[in-house]
Write a protein that binds this ligand. Sequence first.
Ligand SMILES: Nc1ncnc2c1ncn2[C@@H]1O[C@H](COP(=O)(O)OP(=O)(O)O)[C@@H](O)[C@H]1O
Ligand SMILES: [Mg+2]
Length: 224
Amino acid sequence: MLIVEGLSKKTIASTDESWLFKDVNLTVSAGEMVAIMGKSGVGKTTLLNSLCGLLPINDGKCTVDGVQLTNVGKRRVRQNLRESVSLVFQSPHLVPGFTLLQNVQLAWSISGKRSPFPPHEVLDRLDIEDERNQLPESVSGGQAQRTAIARSLVTPAKVILADEPTAALDGGNVGKALSELRKACAESGKCVVLVTHDFAIASHCERVLHLEGGKLRESSSSRN
Ligand SMILES: Nc1ncnc2c1ncn2[C@@H]1O[C@H](COP(=O)(O)OP(=O)(O)O)[C@@H](O)[C@H]1O
Ligand SMILES: [Mg+2]
C-alpha cells in the first residue's frame, strides 16, 4: 500500500512561500489503479519523482508498505527503486547498447529475479516479439515505451508510478499496456499511479485525481 501524507514541494525559485504542491495526501491500496490528471506544467511529473525519493521535498512523507521513500539517503533511494517502487518515465530511458529484452532482463536481475512475470513473457504480451533483440535506438517510440512498461512489471516492486505511459502508443497497444498493468494489480497485488491526459484511459482506473493549484483532489469514482 502506498501512503502519501502532507507531501509538499516549493517551486524551484523557492525563497518565498510559493508551492508547486502543498499537503498532498493519497492512499492507494494493493490491487488499485489510480489516475492523476492535470494541465501541462501543474507538477504531475515532479510529484511522481518526489513520491519515490528522486526529488527532495519540503514537507510530508511517502511510504510503501511501511518503507520510507522520501527523506532518505541516495543509497536507500536506489534500493527502494529496485525493491519497492518501479517507474515508467515520460520518455522510455532504455539503456542504449542493450537490446529490448536485455533492458527488461537487467531490471529483473537487479531486483533479484523474484518477479512472477518473466521478461520474455511480458514483452510477448506487450507485442514485442520480433523486435526483442533490437537495440532501443532502432525501434519506434511506441515499442520503446512498451519495453519501459515491461521493465516496470518484472520487478517485485509493489508500486508502479507511470508518467503518461501510453502517450506514444496506438489504440490496440494502449489496451494491451493497460491490461498488463491491471493484471499486475489483480494477480500480484501491485498498485499503479498513472499520469494521463486521456479521459478514456483514466476511466479504466478505480479513482481519478486532479492536480490543480498545488492540490490533489478526487474528481470522480468507480470504474465500470
Ligand atoms: N525539481 C523541481 N523542483 C521544483 N519545481 C520543479 C522541479 N522540476 C520542475 N519543476 C517545476 O514544476 C513545474 C511543473 O513541471 P512538471 O512536473 O514537468 O509538470 P507536468 O508533468 O504536470 O507537465 C514546472 O513549472 C517546473 O518549473
Ligand atoms: Mg509531465
